[in-house]
Design a protein around this ligand. Sequence first.
Ligand SMILES: Nc1nc2c(c(=O)[nH]1)N[C@H]1C(S)=C(S)[C@@H](COP(=O)(O)O)O[C@H]1N2
Ligand SMILES: [Mo]
Length: 399
Amino acid sequence: MTSTPLRPTRRGLLTAAAAGTGLIAVPGLADRAVAGAPYVQKPLPSAWFYDYGTNAEMRWESVSPREYLTSPERLFVRDHTATPSIDASTYTLRIFGDALATPRASDQAVSLSYADLRSLPVTRLTTVHECTGNGRSFFASQQGTPAPGTQWKLGAVGAVAWEGVRLATVLERVGLDPRAVSVMATGLDADYVSGGVDYGPVRRPFPVSKALDDALLVWGADGRDLLPDHGFPIRLVLPGWVGIASIKWLGSLEVSATRQTSPWNTIWYRMTGGSYPPDSPPLTVNPVRSALELAWGATLARRQVVGLTGRSWSGAGPIDHVDVSTDGGGTWQRARIRRGGHREAWTQWEFDWRAPSRGDHVVMARATDVAGRQQPLVTPYNENGYFFDAVVRHPVTIV
Ligand SMILES: Nc1nc2c(c(=O)[nH]1)N[C@H]1C(S)=C(S)[C@@H](COP(=O)(O)O)O[C@H]1N2
Ligand SMILES: [Mo]
């Protein structure tokens, strides 16, 4: 925790919230947020969210099996500092770099206004949007090897119907040199300061191949303008990739003929520690994960058939099948797919739990995607607690 005394916000004392939710470390709290403004701007009702201060996670028990999409009001928030308020009428996206058809230094950038961007051809795409650290708390609670950072359960994820323009379209119009290899996306939020080091604005480079494939510059979600917390006026979305790749409040794109680096692909968001080699590459495609639409430690009334519902998703494509165990992994049975398949962002499934006995149980869901990737029973440790994709042992009590 920060040593700076935190003032109460409209959601209560952040220190108390952090203590109660098992937050291990909050690096780099923004000064202005500490000075009293909330980190997150949208309401975070406790029925929908676990509130960690700069971050908030969706409660899976608040997810209705009747709703496929995650509405912006319910989507998790992950801010390195605090949500900025940006005026769309003065906003500009600056594009520069040595691999534009006409090379441009930063001070000669092409400037696109919000109106310029919104006049471009519209693309809509539903993706699973997920934080790299989703599930991090299970490194501690399930594997006995705690990793610092927000102690997410499984709610740092949502299925979002984005609206925007293909980045490829924008880059074609600006003019791209065939030698382009990487694009650096930089946010307009405050510099990230942690442990006395100013790492500068949140920024992360990605290969030009992803930029030309399915990357989007997004202004809308769920048929409305983005909420401030989710990147208003414009954010980047890199479908299927780690959440950090989808830079919010996008301020600039630098297109380079050489590989670019930032602390967000050298220090963080790559595997370090544990048995990983020192040169592990930056993380890109999300792994396979599953969640039950149930409270953690839910209490359910005994019935002949207890209906369970849940969802599974993968950064690599659709889910092929899901197996459920209600005896802590002793036996497995196939779940019924309710909605999924190709082009779907995640797969909804259901399972009939027949004649459960009264008492404590462990329910587990294990998905396999069409790429053949199956959730493991144990995730190898890494020191930042990324990509916890092991099958989660969900406690349920039948009364
Ligand atoms: N500019 C900026 N972009 C950012 C972040 C940030 O702090 N600043 N957080 C990243 C991380 S770690 C995640 S998981 C996603 C979260 O997006 P959301 O808050 O809209 O759910 O945004 C990414 N983009
Ligand atoms: Mo994240």
